[in-house]
Design a protein around this ligand. Structure first.
Ligand code: ATP
Ligand code: MG
Length: 454
């Protein structure tokens, strides 16, 4: 990724606004304008155009510029402007905007819709999955920080001030779509080319202001495959214990990104090396890194749940207990916890299921969490015959995997039985024999139901 960016010279250099006092002359990379064709980007360009037509400055900002220059598809396209939040709402009409983070100067601009509705907010929800509102942030400088997370106040300013309040140099660039010009006040182009993650300004101060940035640093290094510049790294080491002021939800959100990155093993090791893991996942200190790396690479782009299960399998101690702690700390969803638990419980059975009766294997494979279970098993024992068998069964015909039962509870009730433990045991034994091919018709199965005089 980085290399292709670095080698993208050879095209006509465009103007770069160099950081003040900077003598560096990075070759100007090409902004891949085809990225602007996606519906979300086209929507951001529409918003920029309208703001410009109203006499304001407006540019693409932050993560989307970074990702575009790396040849990655940006997750979303944020706009930065010198229009105040009130002016933004005037330009688009109040009904077409949402007060996202008005105290920080962020307005959500809704995509155009054929008819206006009474409730713009509910409309925004409906359009989720289609076009989300675009974040339009007024250029600002952040005031002092007293809670370790958010500025106490903000003042509106110019593009340069806005670049300087951002976290990392690679996140501090703007792109002017009309002039096809990257605006880089912070040396982001250079660091992007080198694959370096560096804070804007003094690392210690930037992490003192907002402790979450320390974990964001590890997340960006992991997802982008970047190295953390040494002063930035040392500052995280010095302030790692402060991460405990960050909410569990925010930690969980960043950890989901780390766990699903291809370089998750590097990411987790970096958490340990920086000292952050002591405060967010202390058990990681005892990870068996070699075996974990082998397993996670074998998993091939695992889901968050699979990656968590693989990690937990490679930690000594009671993995269910560790999972419960993480579930509470990171505020995982019940569904996430259930899937990880299912993998911890059944993945090893899958790796050894080659000779297992189908009636014992099938209930695991029809579990809603079977993909997580089998995905974890595949990472633990990629070449095992058990995993191959489970994989074949899962990709086979649904009717073969889970055939309709030959008899049901209703059949037992009509033969005079009452629901209870025995009732359940009989149904189960008939079902097992059906799955194992010992009962092949409803008639045979019905004969297994005890009659009233037995
Ligand atoms: P992604 O959307 O892929 O997570 P991103 O860079 O867009 O990456 P966001 O969290 O969406 O990250 O934030 C958008 C931009 O806002 C960032 O690129 C950065 O410039 C700025 N930013 C976000 N969080 C912080 C923070 N905690 N401190 C300073 N600047 C921040
Ligand atoms: Mg973003």
């Amino acid at each position: 990724m980085v290399a292709s960016f670095r080698n993208s010279g050879g095209t006509t250099p465009r103007e770069i606004v160099a950081p003040k006092n900077s003598t560096s002359h990075s070759p100007m990379p090409d902004f891949p304008t085809e990225i602007l064709n996606s519906p979300a980007a086209a929507e951001a360009v529409r918003i920029i155009t309208e703001l410009k037509n109203a006499g304001f400055e407006a540019v693409l900002a932050g993560g989307c510029v970074r990702d575009a220059l790396l040849g990655r598809t940006p997750k979303d396209f944020d706009v930065a402007t010198d229009a105040t939040p009130d002016s933004v709402r005037d330009v688009f009409g109040k009904r077409n905007t949402l007060a996202f983070g008005e105290s920080f100067g962020v307005i959500g601009v809704l995509p155009p819709r054929p008819e206006t509705t009474e409730h713009p907010a509910s409309n925004a929800k409906e359009s989720a999955g289609k076009l989300m509102p675009t974040e339009v942030a007024t250029f600002r400088a952040d005031g002092s920080y007293s809670d370790g997370r958010r500025p106490d106040s903000v003042t509106y300013g110019d593009a340069e001030a806005d670049a300087l309040r951002r976290d990392f140099t690679i996140n501090g660039m703007f792109y002017d779509v009309f002039e096809s010009r990257i605006i880089d006040h912070v040396g982001g182009v250079d660091d992007l080319a080198k694959g370096h993650l560096r804070t804007i300004g003094k690392a210690i101060q930037r992490f003192e202001e907002d402790k979450l940035r320390m974990l964001r640093a590890v997340r960006f290094a992991t997802t982008l495959g970047f190295s953390i510049e040494h002063k930035t790294f040392a500052a995280i080491q010095n302030h790692a214990s402060d991460i405990s002021v960050v909410s569990g939800e925010r930690i969980g959100a960043e950890m989901r990104r780390v766990m699903t990155a291809p370089a998750v093993d590097f990411g987790l090791e970096t958490l340990v090396d920086t000292g952050l893991s002591l405060h967010i996942w202390p058990q990681l200190q005892t990870m068996n890194w070699t075996e974990f790396s082998t397993a996670i690479q074998a998993a091939k782009r695992p889901s968050f749940e699979v990656a968590m299960a693989i990690a937990l399998f490679h930690l000594p101690g009671d993995s269910m207990h560790t999972l419960r702690l993480i579930f509470d700390d990171w505020k995982l969803s019940v569904a996430e916890r259930r899937a990880i638990e299912a993998a911890l419980t059944h993945a090893e059975t899958i790796t050894q299921c080659d000779g297992l009766a189908w009636s014992k294997l099938q209930p695991i494979l029809v579990d809603a969490d079977a993909p997580t279970i089998v995905g974890t098993a595949r990472a633990l024992a990629p070449k095992s015959r058990g995993v191959a068998r489970a994989g074949r069964a899962l990709s086979g015909a649904p009717n073969e995997l889970d055939p309709p039962p030959l008899v049901t509870g209703a059949d037992l009730i009509s033969s005079g039985m009452r629901p209870g433990p025995e009732f359940k045991a009989i149904l189960q034994s008939i079902r097992d024999d059906q799955l194992d091919g010992k009962l092949n018709s409803r008639e045979e199965a019905l004969k297994r139901i005890p009659t009233g005089d037995e």
